[in-house]
Design a protein around this ligand. Structure first.
Ligand SMILES: O=C(O)CCC(=O)C(=O)O
Ligand SMILES: [Fe+2]
Length: 354
């Protein structure tokens, strides 16, 4: 990964005004008093309507991001107030969601904004099927390529790149970020590759293996209420094992030839077999992304959305203290088309892919 620090100027940022903050906080408080948690099925059914009551300027900003597809593919809504005393210590792990009730309001805020882009969903094989993921350093994951790692750079990736039903957008809400640890980004617009190489990358000559976050040991799953049965969870893990053993061949670029989308993962992508031309194109692609990485240190109250079809993201290494003061983000996955994953969701209203 390139070591130079490049601050990002290509990010679209909207700063919440004091009047907007008052309106948002009233909406969040009202919503949080009507639903037990963000995982409540009734809330997830209704959230698209509730989000209509967010301030117009914010709805318009996020809609422009959704429709625009230009630049870095990252937008920030800044200035939501995070009460550091109320949220208390950064937990040492993401388990036992019950202890996170102190961040309920923040979770409602994140999902309200995210719902302006599409429908939120979770994975049975990630953080016990939760819709909102905790991104915080976990001691046992210190050296792992996981959102909960810290010692290593988290290499750039499209979120859940191995999976055909991966998110269109990833949402990150920063609760705290001491040390200003930087999130990294690179967009498809920055790639400078030859026409021939782009052609090769558009062909099914590559594979992307399931990442560590979907491996059984990292989920300890099955206890969360969003999961109906042990059986569904074990078949979800079996599916991941099959995807690892027998990965499908995929292109890395797709969509419009002039303005392609991409799906990449620095650590988990490979060529599908002996193929010198594909190997060279992949090598040059990785170099091009490394050279164009930009960085942003999210601040408390920053809500960041990443276009998962146009932009890869990662995170710089940092030293975690495990004393309750560490960096802490909340993460959501958003799809523009919930129906495409219906085969792997137990009911049309379920938001969890098995
Ligand atoms: O921690 C960050 O800034 C990004 C983490 C990330 O990529 C993830 O959790 O998927
Ligand atoms: Fe990620």
């Amino acid at each position: 990964m390139a070591s130079q620090r490049k601050n990002s100027h290509g990010v679209r940022r909207l700063r919440i005004t004091p009047e907007e903050l008052t309106a948002i906080e009233a909406l969040v408080t009202q919503t949080a008093s009507s639903y037990r948690s963000v995982e409540d099925q009734r809330f997830l059914k209704e959230v698209g309507v509730i989000a209509h009551d967010l301030p117009l300027r914010i709805r318009r900003f996020i809609n422009n991001f959704r429709m625009g597809e230009t630049g870095l593919g990252v937008c920030l809504v800044s200035g939501y107030s995070i009460d550091q005393l109320k949220i208390r210590k950064t937990p040492s792990d993401w388990h036992t969601k019950g202890q996170f009730s102190r961040t309920r309001q923040e979770e409602f805020f994140l999902i309200l904004l995210g719902s302006l882009l599409g429908d939120v969903f979770g994975w049975a094989t990630q953080q016990e099927g939760s819709i909102v993921h905790e991104v915080l350093p976990v001691k046992e994951h210190e050296d792992a390529q996981l959102g909960t790692g810290s010692n290593q750079d988290l290499w750039w990736h499209s979120e859940d790149a191995f999976h055909p039903y991966r998110a269109d957008y990833v949402g990150l809400l920063c609760l705290r970020n001491p040390g200003c640890v930087r999130t990294t980004f690179a967009s498809v617009d920055m790639l400078r590759l030859s026409k021939t190489q782009m052609e090769v990358l558009r062909q099914e000559r590559f594979i992307i293996l399931p990442d560590e976050s979907h491996q059984e040991g990292n989920c300890d799953g099955g206890k969360h209420s969003a999961l109906n049965t042990e059986y569904l969870l074990s078949s979800a893990y079996e599916r991941i094992v099959r995807m690892k053993r027998d990965p499908r061949r995929v292109p890395l670029l797709f969509g419009n030839a002039e303005a392609p989308y991409f799906c990449l993962d620095a650590v988990y992508m490979r060529i599908a077999g002996a193929d010198d031309e594909a190997q060279k194109a992949l090598h040059d692609l990785v170099q091009a992304i490394n050279a164009s990485l930009e960085e942003i240190a999210l601040e408390p109250g920053d809500c960041c959305f990443i276009d998962n079809y146009r932009t890869v993201h990662g995170r710089r290494a940092f030293r975690a203290n495990y004393d309750g003061t560490d960096r802490w983000l909340k993460r959501i996955n958003i799809t523009r088309d919930l129906r495409k994953s219906r085969a792997l969701r137990p009911s049309c209203s379920s938001r969890v892919i098995h």
